[in-house]
Design a binder for this molecule. Structure first.
Ligand SMILES: *Cc1c(COP(=O)(O)O)cnc(C)c1O
Length: 363
């Protein structure tokens, strides 16, 4: 927290707006939409909830196919399954580690030929970096397939000057405790389509019809963000840029201090925009380095320093193994060799040096 959040929370208490609606919710939505450059936004209880509603409103339902990045966190996929649809896992490309546009294209075209075009495509913008959106949008537009962007990890980044999450029909963001800014828990859905966002708000508040009595003509959810947490969000928005600078500084420090080690490589920053370095991620090639990512992770753990492997691809997850996939070996290699280093915005230089010393010793 920066300190500014407390003033907004105080305001919520002073005005007694302790509810899943209120002035902070409205203001947070407006300020967020302005920041990412979207027309409308709905503040929700989580990024997962936002993705669930976005997919539902895009028309995804039972038996539909939805293309999604295989290299991601399970929350990108679970809402597809909530709706009874079937994820189709698509591999990464090595420039951004995100959806491979050529594979997206080939998979869509194959499915169109088979007479079953996918109902939606969910690109994930991983670890603070945008996917290559122009070719992905081009093929989806050609076939009229809605794109729902999972930008939970990429707030503060850009793709040719535009925020990931604002290219498709809708985008989702997360304010979970581990993200670059947080409300402890929370999420946002953005879209340029006013009706889409209004409908999401309605579904998120138990789908009440506009009637004085309680009347419902569709199934609703309890997915709204509270006015107290929206107050925290407003304070956090003001320090987003500082957070990005701090995260990028961590990465630059690691690059400078570890870049000479044999077999080490950093997740690249693609030429199309700014990587926030929400997490600094390295790969360790065992053939060149004489060690591997697991040995380094364990060495860090022994010093009470938490580091984590790159996301285990979804097509390798026991719960998702039965679903279709396109490629997968690129993501598997990132998982095998990839390690997320400590990346918090509040790390001191001494903290970073401790990490560096353990990693260097491991080599
Ligand atoms: C964190 C995250 C989510 C889910 O957000 P929550 O707010 O925790 O529900 C979705 N997708 C990705 C890629 C994430 O990292």
């Amino acid at each position: 927290m920066s300190g500014r959040e407390q003033q907004y929370v105080q305001e919520a208490f002073a005005t007694n707006w302790i509810a899943p609606l209120g002035p902070h919710v409205d203001a947070f939505e407006q300020e967020f939409a302005a920041l990412v450059g979207s027309r409308h936004a709905a503040a929700l209880s989580s990024g997962t909830a936002a993705l669930h509603l976005a997919l539902l409103l895009a028309g995804v339902g039972a038996g539909d196919d939805v293309l999604v990045s295989t290299l991601t966190f399970s929350a990108s996929v679970n809402p597809i399954v909530y709706l009874g649809a079937r994820p189709v896992f698509v591999d990464s490309e090595p420039t951004s580690w995100n959806l491979d546009p050529a594979l997206v294209s080939a998979t869509i075209e194959r499915k169109v030929r088979q007479g079953k075009p996918p109902k939606a495509v969910v690109p994930v913008h991983l670890y603070g970096q945008s996917a290559d959106m122009h070719p992905i949008m081009a093929v989806c537009e050609r076939y009229g397939i809605p794109v729902i962007e999972d930008a939970a990890e990429a707030l503060g980044s850009d793709y040719h000057g535009k925020a990931p999450g604002t290219f498709g029909k809708a985008g989702i963001y997360s304010f979970n405790g581990n993200k670059i800014i947080t409300t402890s828990g929370g999420g946002m859905l953005v879209s340029d389509d006013a009706d889409f966002v209004a409908h999401a708000r309605k579904l998120a508040t138990q789908a009440r019809d506009p009637a004085p009595h309680y009347q419902h003509s569709e199934i609703g959810y309890n997915y709204r963000l509270s006015n107290v947490l929206a107050g925290i969000g407003r304070g956090q928005l003001q320090v987003l840029e500082e957070r990005v600078v701090a995260r990028r500084r961590n990465c630059a420090f690691y690059q400078q201090a570890l870049g000479d080690l044999p077999g080490i490589a950093f997740m690249p920053e693609a030429s199309w925009g700014r990587h926030t370095r929400w997490l600094t991620v390295i790969t360790i090639d065992p053939a060149q380095s004489g060690t591997d990512r697991e040995a380094i992770r364990v060495a860090l753990e022994a010093e009470n320093i938490e580091a984590r492997p790159v996301w285990k691809p979804m097509h390798l997850q026991p719960i998702f193994e039965r679903y279709e996939r396109s490629g997968g070996s690129v993501a598997e290699a990132f998982f095998r060799d990839g390690l997320c280093l400590p990346s918090g915005s509040n790390l001191s230089e001494e903290d970073l040096e401790r990490v560096v010393a353990v990693v260097r010793r491991g080599f």
